[in-house]
Write a protein of this length. Structure first.
Length: 138
């Protein structure tokens, strides 16, 4: 899994295009052995498979899965729904996010409310939805 994550991260860093097939392939091959034993939060709902890194903080009434990878030191906001997605390390998401088939780049901080998006790459640091850096997955 680490090799695949490094490959996707390198493509993001080099601003190369990423296909939705790459995302689907990663999730189907690597999220089979889910790991959800360590997180900080009250009773999120998991639809397995889900893999959580270390020091993941999960808000109230969160739905994760299926096919979700969340890296280390992430914070998932209240009322978020995330499916078929990769959240890299050190990401903070705002409240009422609905992400499906998305990749959130490492060190992104998206602290606004209300985002419903599919098949996209999200990155940057913003508290305003209008300033969100996003690209469509091909």
């Amino acid at each position: 899994m680490e090799k695949d994550l490094k490959y996707i991260k390198k493509k993001l860093d080099d601003q190369e295009s990423i296909s939705s097939e790459l995302l689907t392939d990663f999730l189907s091959r690597n999220i089979l052995n889910n790991r959800i034993e360590e997180y900080i939060g009250d009773y999120p709902t998991f639809i397995e498979p889900v893999v959580l890194g270390k020091n993941v903080i999960i808000g109230d009434d969160v739905l994760l899965g299926p096919n979700v990878y969340i890296g280390d030191n992430c914070e998932i906001g209240d009322y978020d729904e995330i499916s078929n997605s990769i959240i890299f390390d050190n990401v903070k998401l705002g409240e009422i996010f609905k992400l499906d088939h998305c990749i959130v780049a490492e060190n992104s901080t998206l602290t606004f409310k209300n985002l419903d998006i599919t098949y996209s790459i999200l990155k940057g640091k913003t508290d305003n939805k209008d300033d969100l850096q996003k690209e469509k997955l091909e």
